[in-house]
Design a protein around this ligand. Structure first.
Ligand code: UDP
Length: 238
C-alpha cells in the first residue's frame, strides 16, 4: 500500500469552510465531514496541525467592522477563530479524534496558550493540534498564522483548503478557458499576484522554503489525495 507523502502537515482551514452552504456560522454536517476527512489522514499516521480562520463569524476588514478601530476589529476576528477552534475540537471529539486547542491570545479558561514545544509533543503523540487566535496580532491574517505555525511545527507542507480546487491562470468562474496550475514557483505566484495566500504568508513560506498546496475542501477525498502525493490542486514550490 502506498504511504503518505508527508509525515507532518499544517492544514489551513478558512472560517468559510465551516459554513457549508449557509451564509454565516458553522454548518454541522459540513464540520463533521471535514473532521472525518482529517481523521482519515491521521489514521494514515500523518501528524496534523490545523490553523482555523474566522471569516464565517467575523472579519476585521469586513463591512460589519466599518468605522471600528481596526485593531479592535481584528481582535474580534481572532476571538472568532477561537470559537471555530472549539467547534472543530468538539466535532473531532464526536468522531473519536483527540485534539488540543492552543490559542495565541491568553484565554486560559477556554484554551491552553500557544506553547511550541507542547504543540510538537502533542503532534508526536498523534493528537491533532488546533491553533486559534491566528498570530495573536492585529493586522495579520490566519494565512500568515498558517505559514508561521507551519514553520514553527517543522511541517513539511502547508495545505491551504479553499473553495477552489487549486490556483488558476484566471478566475474559473468567469473565464471558461482558465487553466489550473499543477505546480508553480513562489516567485511566479507573487509576480502574477495569483490567489494562493496573502502576500505576507506567501513571502514567509518562500523565504523558509515551505511548500504550499492549494486544494478544495469541498471536494470529497481531496485532502487525502494531497497527503498521498496524488495530482490534486496546485503546489507552490520553492
Ligand atoms: N486576525 C488578526 N490577526 C491574525 C489572524 C486573524 O487580526 O493573526 C483577524 C482579522 O481581523 C481577520 C480575522 O481575524 O480578518 C479572521 O481571520 P481570517 O480573515 O484570516 O479568516 P479566514 O478568511 O481564514 O476565515
Amino acid at each position: 500500500m502506498p504511504s503518505p507523502a508527508y509525515k507532518r502537515i499544517l492544514l489551513k482551514l478558512s472560517g468559510e469552510a465551516l459554513m457549508g452552504d449557509d451564509s454565516y456560522g458553522i454548518n454541522r454536517a459540513t464540520i463533521t465531514r471535514i473532521v472525518t476527512e482529517i481523521k482519515e489522514v491521521v489514521d494514515l499516521g500523518v501528524q496534523v496541525a490545523v490553523v482555523i480562520g474566522g471569516g464565517n463569524i467575523f472579519r476585521g476588514v469586513a463591512p460589519a467592522a466599518e468605522g471600528m478601530d481596526r485593531a479592535t476589529a481584528d481582535y474580534m476576528g481572532m476571538l472568532a477563530t477561537v470559537m471555530n477552534a472549539l467547534a472543530l475540537q468538539d466535532a473531532m471529539r464526536h468522531i473519536g479524534l483527540v485534539s488540543r486547542v492552543q490559542s495565541a491570545l491568553n484565554i486560559e479558561q477556554v484554551a491552553e496558550p500557544y506553547i511550541r514545544g507542547k504543540a510538537i509533543r502533542y503532534l508526536e503523540e498523534g493528537r491533532v493540534v488546533i491553533f486559534g487566535a491566528g498570530t495573536g496580532n492585529p493586522f495579520f491574517t490566519t494565512d500568515t498564522a498558517a505559514a508561521l505555525r507551519g514553520m514553527e511545527m517543522n511541517a513539511e507542507i502547508v495545505l491551504k483548503a479553499t473553495k477552489v480546487d487549486g490556483v488558476y491562470t484566471d478566475d474559473p468562474k468567469t473565464n471558461p478557458d482558465a487553466m489550473r496550475y499543477k505546480s508553480l514557483s513562489f516567485d511566479e505566484a507573487i509576480i502574477k499576484n495569483l490567489k494562493v495566500m496573502d502576500a505576507t504568508a506567501l513571502t514567509l513560506c518562500r523565504d523558509q522554503s515551505l511548500p504550499i498546496s492549494v486544494f478544495s475542501i469541498f471536494k470529497q477525498g481531496a485532502l487525502k489525495r494531497v497527503v498521498m502525493g496524488e495530482d490534486e490542486g496546485t503546489k507552490v514550490l520553492p
